[in-house]
Design a protein around this ligand. Sequence first.
Ligand SMILES: C[S@@+](CC[C@H](N)C(=O)[O-])C[C@H]1O[C@@H](n2cnc3c(N)ncnc32)[C@H](O)[C@@H]1O
Length: 219
Amino acid sequence: MTKGNDTTITAELYAYMLAHNPPLDPVQRELVDTTYARFPDHAGMQSAEEQAPLLAFLVRLVGARHVVEVGTFTGFSALAMAQALPADGTLIACDISEEWTAYGREAWAKAGVADRVDLRIAPALDTLRAMPDEPHIDFAYLDADKGGYIAYWEELVPRMRRGGVIATDNVLFHGGVTDPEATGPAAAIKEFNDHVSADDRMDSVLLTVSDGLTLSRKK
Ligand SMILES: C[S@@+](CC[C@H](N)C(=O)[O-])C[C@H]1O[C@@H](n2cnc3c(N)ncnc32)[C@H](O)[C@@H]1O
């Protein structure tokens, strides 16, 4: 028998968890609200509220100065990470949408961190491949098209410095990863999870945070 976690995350428990985490600041809250108002059909792509303080915590924990984000949308996760960086830190944010990331640009400016965010509008694979080859990235957040995850991982891992951390979002894909018949993004995530588990360049743990978050540390 496998000993597991028998805590069901009810709405009440979720609210309790949020109440015991650092609250979103006014710029973060406004960005979440604006995203849901402007893009109701896509707002579910935004990282969950508890991921903002978690990403900030991780950026500080690894003492990151060089951060890369793959998948920026309206800039919520980038905002949280940029705010956690030291003043001379940089976050390279990869996305293909000028329309969505424009909201990020506005929020980063409002929060006074626009000078830390280097937004690259291009397929993320091109942006990653153009980065210096040597290990220099302290922290990376992977949250873009699921079919690209393995290719992004393969560009990121050699560029991570020892002790650097990659956080990968949606690794449970709404439960789709346990479906033996999974197709599309769920199948891509299953393949990615197997790829990560077998990669001995990194120590990885898969956590049931939000839609599943894997933390991987470069050996
Ligand atoms: C899940 S959303 C990112 C959410 C964001 N991290 C947040 O917390 O708000 C995924 C993003 O990946 C972007 N994307 C999809 N394919 C891409 C590609 N080939 N290169 C770069 N970005 C891509 C989409 O435009 C979208 O904004």
